[in-house]
Design a protein around this ligand. Structure first.
Ligand SMILES: [Zn+2]
Length: 181
Protein backbone atom coordinates (compact mmCIF):
# COMPACT_ATOMS: atom_id res chain seq x y z
CA UNK A 1 0.00 0.00 0.00
CA UNK A 2 1.49 3.33 -1.02
CA UNK A 3 1.73 6.11 1.55
CA UNK A 4 0.42 9.62 1.07
CA UNK A 5 2.72 12.42 2.20
CA UNK A 6 1.18 15.76 3.08
CA UNK A 7 3.00 19.01 3.51
CA UNK A 8 2.79 20.45 7.01
CA UNK A 9 0.09 22.69 5.50
CA UNK A 10 -1.84 19.46 4.77
CA UNK A 11 -1.52 19.85 1.03
CA UNK A 12 -0.87 16.53 -0.71
CA UNK A 13 2.76 16.32 -1.84
CA UNK A 14 3.43 12.85 -3.12
CA UNK A 15 2.74 9.17 -2.86
CA UNK A 16 5.69 7.09 -1.71
CA UNK A 17 6.37 3.37 -1.29
CA UNK A 18 6.52 1.83 2.19
CA UNK A 19 10.32 1.57 2.08
CA UNK A 20 10.57 5.31 1.76
CA UNK A 21 8.25 5.78 4.73
CA UNK A 22 10.71 3.88 6.92
CA UNK A 23 13.47 6.29 5.89
CA UNK A 24 11.34 9.35 6.60
CA UNK A 25 10.31 7.97 9.99
CA UNK A 26 13.87 7.16 10.98
CA UNK A 27 14.92 10.69 10.08
CA UNK A 28 11.97 12.04 12.08
CA UNK A 29 10.72 14.05 9.16
CA UNK A 30 7.09 12.98 9.32
CA UNK A 31 4.29 12.32 11.74
CA UNK A 32 1.14 10.25 11.34
CA UNK A 33 -2.11 12.12 10.89
CA UNK A 34 -3.79 9.23 12.66
CA UNK A 35 -1.81 8.45 15.81
CA UNK A 36 -3.52 5.09 16.22
CA UNK A 37 -1.60 3.87 13.19
CA UNK A 38 1.78 4.74 14.67
CA UNK A 39 2.25 1.81 17.04
CA UNK A 40 0.98 -0.60 14.44
CA UNK A 41 3.56 0.57 11.95
CA UNK A 42 6.40 0.86 14.44
CA UNK A 43 5.80 -2.72 15.52
CA UNK A 44 5.77 -4.02 12.00
CA UNK A 45 8.95 -2.11 11.18
CA UNK A 46 10.67 -3.73 14.15
CA UNK A 47 9.46 -7.11 12.99
CA UNK A 48 10.77 -6.17 9.52
CA UNK A 49 7.42 -6.90 8.04
CA UNK A 50 5.82 -3.73 6.83
CA UNK A 51 2.73 -4.56 4.90
CA UNK A 52 0.21 -1.81 5.15
CA UNK A 53 -3.33 -2.97 4.72
CA UNK A 54 -5.08 0.34 4.98
CA UNK A 55 -4.19 3.72 3.52
CA UNK A 56 -1.58 5.57 5.55
CA UNK A 57 -1.25 9.34 5.55
CA UNK A 58 1.75 11.10 7.02
CA UNK A 59 2.46 14.78 7.41
CA UNK A 60 5.81 16.50 7.08
CA UNK A 61 6.89 18.25 10.26
CA UNK A 62 8.51 21.09 8.36
CA UNK A 63 6.80 22.72 5.44
CA UNK A 64 8.58 22.39 2.12
CA UNK A 65 8.20 24.92 -0.62
CA UNK A 66 6.77 23.33 -3.70
CA UNK A 67 7.81 24.90 -6.96
CA UNK A 68 4.88 25.47 -9.24
CA UNK A 69 5.21 23.04 -12.08
CA UNK A 70 3.25 23.65 -15.20
CA UNK A 71 1.79 20.36 -16.32
CA UNK A 72 1.65 19.72 -20.02
CA UNK A 73 -1.71 19.05 -21.69
CA UNK A 74 -0.55 15.60 -22.74
CA UNK A 75 -3.01 12.91 -23.71
CA UNK A 76 -2.58 11.16 -20.34
CA UNK A 77 -3.09 14.39 -18.38
CA UNK A 78 -6.18 15.42 -20.36
CA UNK A 79 -7.73 11.98 -19.82
CA UNK A 80 -6.92 12.20 -16.12
CA UNK A 81 -8.44 15.66 -15.83
CA UNK A 82 -11.57 14.58 -17.69
CA UNK A 83 -11.83 11.38 -15.63
CA UNK A 84 -11.71 9.27 -18.81
CA UNK A 85 -15.14 10.61 -19.71
CA UNK A 86 -16.27 11.98 -23.06
CA UNK A 87 -16.83 15.68 -22.43
CA UNK A 88 -19.69 15.80 -24.93
CA UNK A 89 -21.91 12.82 -24.11
CA UNK A 90 -20.57 11.79 -20.67
CA UNK A 91 -19.70 8.25 -21.72
CA UNK A 92 -16.88 6.70 -19.71
CA UNK A 93 -14.50 4.73 -21.84
CA UNK A 94 -10.95 3.45 -22.06
CA UNK A 95 -11.05 4.15 -25.76
CA UNK A 96 -11.20 7.93 -25.95
CA UNK A 97 -9.71 10.37 -28.40
CA UNK A 98 -8.59 13.94 -27.81
CA UNK A 99 -10.73 16.58 -29.49
CA UNK A 100 -9.68 20.13 -30.30
CA UNK A 101 -12.75 22.18 -29.37
CA UNK A 102 -11.79 24.77 -31.95
CA UNK A 103 -10.40 22.52 -34.69
CA UNK A 104 -6.77 22.93 -35.62
CA UNK A 105 -7.83 23.67 -39.18
CA UNK A 106 -9.72 26.68 -37.81
CA UNK A 107 -6.79 27.97 -35.77
CA UNK A 108 -7.37 25.99 -32.55
CA UNK A 109 -4.30 25.21 -30.47
CA UNK A 110 -3.28 22.27 -28.29
CA UNK A 111 -3.90 23.89 -24.94
CA UNK A 112 -5.63 22.80 -21.73
CA UNK A 113 -8.56 25.03 -22.62
CA UNK A 114 -8.94 23.70 -26.16
CA UNK A 115 -8.47 19.96 -25.61
CA UNK A 116 -11.01 17.56 -24.18
CA UNK A 117 -11.50 13.82 -24.00
CA UNK A 118 -14.04 12.72 -26.56
CA UNK A 119 -15.46 9.36 -27.59
CA UNK A 120 -14.98 8.41 -31.21
CA UNK A 121 -18.65 8.84 -31.93
CA UNK A 122 -18.77 12.44 -30.70
CA UNK A 123 -15.44 13.28 -32.28
CA UNK A 124 -16.66 11.97 -35.63
CA UNK A 125 -19.96 13.80 -35.31
CA UNK A 126 -18.22 17.07 -34.61
CA UNK A 127 -15.56 16.70 -37.28
CA UNK A 128 -13.86 19.95 -38.24
CA UNK A 129 -16.68 22.16 -37.12
CA UNK A 130 -17.32 24.49 -34.22
CA UNK A 131 -19.63 23.41 -31.40
CA UNK A 132 -22.37 25.89 -32.31
CA UNK A 133 -22.30 24.69 -35.91
CA UNK A 134 -23.14 21.14 -34.85
CA UNK A 135 -25.27 22.12 -31.87
CA UNK A 136 -23.06 20.28 -29.37
CA UNK A 137 -22.01 21.47 -25.96
CA UNK A 138 -19.38 20.65 -23.37
CA UNK A 139 -20.28 19.05 -20.04
CA UNK A 140 -17.96 21.53 -18.33
CA UNK A 141 -15.49 24.22 -19.21
CA UNK A 142 -12.01 22.69 -19.54
CA UNK A 143 -9.38 24.17 -17.23
CA UNK A 144 -5.67 23.65 -16.83
CA UNK A 145 -4.69 20.90 -14.44
CA UNK A 146 -2.31 22.43 -11.95
CA UNK A 147 -0.06 20.91 -9.35
CA UNK A 148 -2.14 22.82 -6.81
CA UNK A 149 -5.23 20.88 -7.76
CA UNK A 150 -5.49 18.93 -4.51
CA UNK A 151 -3.59 15.78 -5.17
CA UNK A 152 -3.85 15.47 -8.91
CA UNK A 153 -1.68 12.37 -8.62
CA UNK A 154 -4.11 11.03 -6.03
CA UNK A 155 -6.57 10.32 -8.81
CA UNK A 156 -4.39 7.29 -9.54
CA UNK A 157 -4.84 5.93 -6.00
CA UNK A 158 -8.57 5.74 -5.29
CA UNK A 159 -8.16 4.31 -1.77
CA UNK A 160 -5.68 6.98 -0.72
CA UNK A 161 -7.83 9.64 -2.36
CA UNK A 162 -10.80 8.50 -0.30
CA UNK A 163 -8.76 8.36 2.90
CA UNK A 164 -7.41 11.85 2.23
CA UNK A 165 -10.88 13.29 1.69
CA UNK A 166 -12.09 11.69 4.91
CA UNK A 167 -9.09 13.06 6.76
CA UNK A 168 -9.63 16.59 5.41
CA UNK A 169 -13.28 16.44 6.42
CA UNK A 170 -12.43 15.40 9.97
CA UNK A 171 -9.57 17.93 10.15
CA UNK A 172 -12.07 20.66 9.39
CA UNK A 173 -14.47 19.31 11.99
CA UNK A 174 -17.09 18.55 9.40
CA UNK A 175 -17.38 22.20 8.38
CA UNK A 176 -16.78 21.29 4.74
CA UNK A 177 -19.71 18.93 4.88
CA UNK A 178 -21.90 21.70 6.24
CA UNK A 179 -20.67 24.07 3.58
CA UNK A 180 -21.53 21.72 0.76
CA UNK A 181 -24.91 20.82 2.28
ZN1 LIG B 1 -19.20 11.08 -26.62
Amino acid sequence: MPVLVLNSSLQPLSVIPERRLIVLLSKQKVTFVDESVRSLIEESIEARRLELERPVIVQLLANVRVPRVALQPSRANILLRDDETCQYCGKRSRDLTLDHIIPRSRGGTSTWENLVASCKHCNGKKGNRLLKEVNMRLLRQPRPLSQEYAGFFLLRYPKLHEAYQEFILSAHGGSLREMSA
